[in-house]
Design a protein around this ligand. Structure first.
Ligand code: CMC
Length: 427
């Protein structure tokens, strides 16, 4: 294969090196394009732009493959637990027993936040969306942990990483406790990471905390499935903010805000709201399919379609199977599960969806499981953020260790050319 690509423009030829990835993905390295030819590439939404070389996550949208550090998502979801996967994503290898034990203990050491943080939480109205509160509290953590801001050595990065992995579940749980008017708690460090998260979210002040293993296993699996997805909107945001050396917590706070949107992580909330709406409307899935296809109607089938997956989303396959299992194990019957299956069946046979290669994505069935686990709809995207945290951290760390330059895209200006200023009186 040729090691260069040639561009011909205005009668001149320019040669650019080509980068080939492990899985034979090919990128034309256009770093010198502007310097040599005075041109830039134009790609709104970065649909076809590689922003980095990364060794963390591989996904093949045509074949429906997703791997973290080379390991298939199906294997990890089945055989690993969330902290093992977090370690794998961040440090590149599955941990040994000793490594996992140290990592877990270091995180536990950090599983509390400054008491003053409670005052900040107190200032939010109860009606505040948990994602907004979580982004704000993550940002506020910086003030109480200033040594985590300007980190460049691997050792300081490690300290910042275990801090946020310890504190983030506390903040996430508190956003729910605030909504539910429950006293703030710190869980129990003898419990595993996911069980402790669950305890912090749901423990009642007058009741001994007990949890079903099926609930923790389901939650663990969901967190793993959400843990990384290469250069998506929130991850690119984390890398972009981190590229200015703004620090890990500030970068994560920006990532949370990006994830909140209904076209990204917010889709899991939007899916359940949509399914409820269909149910209340009488359950006519066909009517809503027609709405989704109507270009005059802003309605989209939430939980369908993906920028990269043009075959199927492997996470959706695992989650759909898990939804059946978890609801069965917990003895929960949710009529929206049938509506979801009906919609999926119809969409997979519909020309509009088939032509555009629109398949259920990770968010289509996840909300149904969250709901069966007793998690309120407004917390769904917070659960996504909890899962995505190690991925964001891994991507931020990779970017900083590779000393990547500050992210700063170019543009093609299409506004007014120079014009004379008119004073207020003569406009
Ligand atoms: N319902 C109806 N039509 C759709 C949908 C949908 N959910 N998704 C895409 N389309 C159509 C779209 O109108 C366009 O049609 P046309 O070619 O006639 O203009 C075509 O399919 C291509 O869509 P696009 O918006 O150009 O594709 P994109 O890669 O920019 O967007 C997406 C991907 C995920 C934002 C989009 O599919 C979508 O809005 N889906 C619903 C929201 C959702 O479920 N988001 C979660 C994504 S997965 C988890 C995550 O990343 O957080």
């Amino acid at each position: 294969m040729s090691k260069t690509a040639t561009l011909e423009f205005d009668g001149k030829k320019y040669e650019f090196p080509v980068t080939v990835g492990t899985e034979n993905e090919i990128g034309i390295d256009i770093k010198k394009l502007r310097g040599e030819a005075g041109l830039i590439t134009l790609d709104p939404g970065y649909k076809n732009t590689g922003s980095c070389e990364s060794a963390i996550t591989f996904l093949d949208g045509e074949k429906g493959i997703l791997r973290y550090r080379g390991y298939a998502i199906e294997d990890l979801a089945e055989k690993a637990d969330f902290l093992e996967v977090a370690y794998l994503l961040i440090f590149g290898e599955l941990p040994t027993k000793e490594q996992l034990s140290k990592f877990t203990n270091d995180i536990k050491e950090q599983s509390h936040v400054d008491e003053e943080m409670k005052k900040i939480l107190d200032g939010f109205p109860k009606s505040a969306h948990p994602m907004g509160v979580l982004a704000s509290l993550t940002s506020a953590l910086i003030a109480f942990n200033p040594s985590s801001v300007d980190v460049s050595s691997e050792e300081d990065m490690y300290k910042a990483i275990v801090k946020i992995l310890g504190k983030f579940p506390v903040l996430a749980a508190w956003t729910l406790r605030k909504k539910n008017s429950l006293p703030l708690n710190y869980g129990d460090e003898d419990l595993g990471y996911v069980e402790n998260l669950h305890k912090m979210m749901f423990e009642k002040p007058n009741k001994t905390y007990k949890v079903d293993k099926a609930v923790i296993d389901a939650l663990d699996k969901l967190l793993i499935l959400h843990a990384d997805h290469e250069q998506n909107c929130s991850t690119s945001t984390v890398r972009m903010v981190g590229s200015s050396h703004a620090g890990l917590f500030a970068s994560l706070s920006a990532g949370i805000s990006a994830l909140w949107g209904p076209l990204h992580g917010g889709a899991n909330q939007a899916v359940i709201e949509m399914l409820e709406r269909i149910k209340e409307d009488g359950g006519d899935t066909h009517k809503f399919m027609q709405k989704a296809k109507d270009k005059e109607d802003p309605f989209r089938l939430m939980g369908f379609g993906h920028r990269v997956y043009k075959n199927f989303d492997p996470r959706a396959k695992i989650i759909k199977k898990s939804a059946d299992e978890v609801l069965g194990q917990l003895g929960v019957e949710d009529p929206v599960l049938d509506i979801a299956k009906g919609l999926e069946k119809e969409a997979l046979e519909d020309d509009y969806f088939v032509k555009r290669k629109l398949y259920p994505n990770v968010d289509f069935y996840s909300g149904i499981i969250y709901r069966a686990l007793g998690i309120p709809v407004e917390m769904f995207t917070v659960m996504f953020a909890l899962g995505r945290l190690p991925g964001w951290i891994a991507q931020w760390r990779e970017m900083r260790l590779k000393k990547e330059p500050i992210g700063r895209p170019r543009q093609i200006y299409v506004g007014e050319s120079h014009r004379e200023f008119k004073p207020l009186g003569s406009r």
